[in-house]
Ligand binder design. Sequence first.
Ligand code: FAD
Ligand code: NDP
Length: 450
Amino acid sequence: MSSHDFDLITLGAGSGGVRASRLAAQAGKRVAVVEESRVGGTCVMRGCVPKKLLVYGAHFAQDLADCQGYGWDVEGVAFDWPRLIAAKNAELNRLEGVYQRILRDSGVTLIEGRGTLADAHTVMVGGRSHTADTILIATGGRPSLPDIPGIEHAITSNEALDLMQLPGRVVIVGGGYIAVEFAGIFNALGAAVVQVLRGDTVLRGFDQDIRAALAEEMVRAGIDLRTETQVQSIERNDHGYSLRLTGDETVEADLVLYATGRAPNTAGLGLERAGVALNGKGAVVVDEYSRTSVANIWAVGDVTDRVNLTPVAINEAVAFVRTAFLGMPAAMDYDAIPSAVFSQPPIATVGLTEAEACRRYGEIDVYLSRFKPMRNILAGRDERTMMKLLVDRASDRVVGLHMAGADAPEIVQGFAVALKCGATKAQFDATVGIHPTAAEELVTMRERRP
Ligand code: FAD
Ligand code: NDP
């Protein structure tokens, strides 16, 4: 047996760290995980889960508006923000307990505190040293804000999930996942939302038609989208905050939320001391097996800044345990990772955008459908759904599938299997639809876009 205290010490009990620690312990390894905040990490405590609960909470505003077209009378209905936040917090406490129990039942030692590396085998926590044969860095990321005058007045998604009251006027800066999701939440719950983004529309990197469709629906829903605009300064005044924008416009707000990306949590970890190489953005550099430049130190999840999603961190963790402890080298497959943005309406996507498909395959066929879903007709809601398929003409394979509209994440998860299996357009066409659904459109699109 090794002279070290543990076979594995994991830094960070988030999505990747918990999965890796549990699996390694179940494989018979002596494992400790170090956590400086709450077990569960960003996704469970400050990300996916509380965000989705607020999205559900906000969506009832739309349901209440829509149900009147179906004969419901909903006068006198009121919304209580503190009650939603309290319910959300109770659920997070329950989940934290579940994750702690998972670690305990698997035999993982939880060490509470901030961990730093003293050398390649030694982790320091609160003045005590712990040694291990193998170390896994799974410390995730944190919000990254530009350095402009008054930035200290801005909050991030961390605080936005815990506001004591619902603000009346919100300015959200950024055009990515977090910005559009929070714009949808606050707007649906009745706040006046201005979203300021430097790009020409939301969600750089997504398919152009889907970006445009979402932006159109956000504006239709009442969000004031200020594109190609930057914030120059933020000042506090008697009524809240005043933001000076490019073009010398100003906008007033009760709350300023910055969602301008996230940075890997590597500062002050002692990684340089241990010889672990970082890239220009401060992310841990790893090979396809998640091994760093030091043979016994590995890293998974957002700290490596590959694809920053929870299921990716988890799959990287599984591959790490197989490679490092089970003698079955495994690398995460980054091809056709589905993802969703829980905007209102939500969008979901798997495979290539049209621009990427053109670059990779040259000749592609595009199938695009935009329609008012049946549910919206009696509801009197103008919101439209968009679906898009991209087909490699040479092989007939569907290489991209995109949707903006109600239930997009639930629908696209299923279709992601088809893309992963290399399904062709002919196989989509041969699949019988489920009627009446919105999803059946994905197997009944016949007209190529000219
Ligand atoms: P994390 O989950 O961030 O865990 C890292 C842990 O390490 C944290 O608990 C931290 O406290 C701890 N830590 C850091 N430094 C130290 C140290 N020195 N010592 C001890 N502990 C330390 N992804 C999705 O797939 N779907 C979504 O809907 C989604 N929504 C999101 C919404 C928001 C608002 C945010 C911010 C993120 C969202 N994400 C979503 C992304 C997702 O949360 C991350 O990709 C995922 O949590 C990454 O997991 P991880 O294990 O790499 O790190
Ligand atoms: P994103 O990278 O998605 O978006 C960042 C946004 O901020 C972009 O619009 C970017 O503009 C803009 N930006 C960056 N720097 C500046 C600046 N200095 N001034 C003005 N604007 C700036 O990051 P998020 O913070 O929204 O989310 C972080 C990550 O977390 C996501 O990328 C995703 O991986 C994950 N996440 C996943 C979710 C999900 O799966 N549903 C939900 C939430 C987060 P530009 O495009 O011009 O660079």
